[in-house]
Design a protein around this ligand. Sequence first.
Ligand SMILES: NC(=O)c1ccc[n+]([C@@H]2O[C@H](COP(=O)([O-])OP(=O)(O)OC[C@H]3O[C@@H](n4cnc5c(N)ncnc54)[C@H](OP(=O)(O)O)[C@@H]3O)[C@@H](O)[C@H]2O)c1
Length: 254
Amino acid sequence: MRVGFLGTGEITAAMVRGLKGQGHRILVSPRNAAMAATLAAEVPEVAIAPNEQVVEGSDVVFLCLLARVAAEVLPSLPFRAGQSVISVMVDAPLATLRTLCAPATDIAITIPLPPITTGGCPLPVYPASPALDALFGEKNLILPQPFEAALNAHLGASALCSPILDQLLTATEWLAGHTGNPAAAEAYIAAMIRGYLPERAAEGDLAEALKKLSTEGGLNATLRAAMAPAKESLRQGLTAFHSRLGLDDPKGRT
Ligand SMILES: NC(=O)c1ccc[n+]([C@@H]2O[C@H](COP(=O)([O-])OP(=O)(O)OC[C@H]3O[C@@H](n4cnc5c(N)ncnc54)[C@H](OP(=O)(O)O)[C@@H]3O)[C@@H](O)[C@H]2O)c1
């Protein structure tokens, strides 16, 4: 497949590395120049081309720009009817993308995360995208969403990674402060958390894992009680996304 990427930043790098060695022809735009050069050196299938040629020469175009840049750049690019467009951008709803990428109509939004490089990345998508399935379905978990607001709610939930990693780093620093070995502390925390997360969780798995960590008076239950206010902070932080992600409008559930 001929695959193009507009915007060659962190998330493009992760996706391009995830496509390496599968026989695709990959075009990336020259910005960011250093990242484009790194990818071209690292992934033999990659060539660098101006934005126009990325769109002209691709069956599938990934939009990996900031939304405000996309609004300036996309209208002048030669999108075609019949071409697949997949946006990974926050703040760029489908209605806007349809205008910016006309006459292309096969337009989907997904949420890749950096682990897509190695596979196993959950990929919520709306609407369903055969192109996304073909490119990333084998190694990742494609999660088709029934309506756009459901996809947007996954965008909000995806922001959980950063505060959780922040908490893990705080605990790592505390541990290393007592052992004097930061590398071993990080290895311990990462392996411990990984061990609690099923590869493909079904409903109830997380609650079950938590139940096993609830011995009355135990260290787990004691620390959880001390951190209870963080739970409310998390709810508030997610609720604060509602307006930005279009989650207040009940008509979004269609
Ligand atoms: N990072 C993630 O984990 C992640 C995950 C899911 C979704 N996203 C979304 O993906 C999008 C990109 O995020 P990112 O983290 O990859 O950001 P990023 O590293 O800043 O990448 C954005 C890229 O766009 C380039 N760019 C700017 N103007 C351009 C133009 N006119 N033509 C072509 N390229 C241009 C920038 O180049 P210069 O550096 O030269 O300005 C930069 O390389 C955002 O909308 C973000 O919300 C990111």
